[in-house]
Design a protein around this ligand. Structure first.
Ligand code: PMP
Length: 303
């Protein structure tokens, strides 16, 4: 897999210098192009998946769904790549083998070629890397705050595609939440309802029911869907509905779902603590079941 084609383009030639990190170097190096649109404008699509150690060896959880979503996200921003889902899965297992990883977080990125006009470049590139990332959050239970930053309006970009540029909002929300002493932020949607956290979906529990935001304004994750299916199998009622911030002032429990965060207990939202210990909530049972499933230790693992 070659990351960058060293092709001729109007932005530099073999004599052109650029200043990078304190040094003047040839612009046409073999690294990632300094003229890539992804760097300048955030035009890129990515995925995040986890490989788990299972009794049958390393296994990438829901690899097919993640790579199908990557190809779809890339297509939505006009960055088609010439790989099939099967090829991408094979490359990822090969990458895990080469790095000797029994468990890892895998990050594929489809990024753009060189073009400074505000039109998608006609060439695209693929990078896949992986690293050990046992836990996303340091805290055992997270303290969230409702951010002033909001999810983009669904008409402002394809919000169900995993596009790099969208993550600026999410990063600003997390940074400002942490500056106030919280672990992460909850973003409202453009209508003022609870959407999700910066990098995960949100569920809360009240009176023996689970509630989560509907798909319209959120990035409806693969983990969210897995948890909805597991809950149904376990006879837990899940209601997808618009959630007002006020509702979160008196809830029994809450948790976040996402590939990186897995099923993460929420301790509080702003000054409001959840009423029950996590182990006594549906979230606690679902977190255990999720862990068994991803690590292939449950007979009916949802792979
Ligand atoms: N929302 C956002 C903004 C995310 O980045 C992620 C992680 N990909 C999720 C939700 C959860 O998605 P998934 O469960 O597919 O990992």
């Amino acid at each position: 897999m070659s990351l960058i084609k060293n092709r001729l383009h109007p932005y530099s030639n073999k004599h052109t210098y650029a200043f990078i990190d304190g040094n003047f170097v040839k612009a046409s190096t073999n690294g990632i192009s300094i003229h890539s649109q992804s760097l300048h404008y955030g035009l890129a699509a990515f995925e995040g998946m986890r490989a788990y150690k299972t009794p049958a060896g390393v296994h990438i959880f829901k690899a097919r769904q993640h790579f199908d979503r990557l190809l779809e996200s890339a297509k939505r921003i006009f960055l088609d790549i010439n790989y099939t889902t099967d090829e991408l899965i094979d490359i990822s297992y090969e990458l895990l083998k080469k790095n000797d990883f029994e468990a890892a977080y895998i990050r594929p990125l489809v990024f753009a070629g060189d073009r400074m006009e505000l039109l998608p470049s006609e060439d695209s590139h693929l990078m896949i890397c992986a690293w050990r990332w046992p836990k996303y959050f340091k805290a055992q239970e997270v303290r969230l705050t409702i951010s002033d930053y909001r999810r983009p309006h669904p008409k402002s970009m394809p919000i169900n595609a995993k596009v790099s540029g969208q993550y600026v909002t999410n990063m600003l929300a997390t940074k400002t939440a942490q500056m106030k002493g919280f672990d992460d932020a909850i973003l409202l949607d453009s209508e003022g309802y609870i959407a999700q956290s910066a990098g995960a979906n949100f569920f809360y529990e009240k009176d023996n029911q689970l509630f989560t935001s509907p798909k319209k304004h959120i990035f409806a994750g693969i983990t969210r869907q897995t948890i909805i299916e597991m809950a149904k199998e376990m006879g837990i009622k899940v209601v997808e509905k618009k959630i007002s911030p006020k509702e979160l002032q008196n809830i029994d429990g809450a948790f976040l779902t996402g590939t990186a965060v897995e099923v993460k207990p929420v301790k509080s939202i702003d000054e409001h603590h959840v009423n029950l210990p996590f182990e006594e909530t549906f979230g606690g049972s679902l977190a255990k079941r999720y862990h068994l499933s991803v690590s292939g230790k449950e007979v009916s693992s949802i792979i």
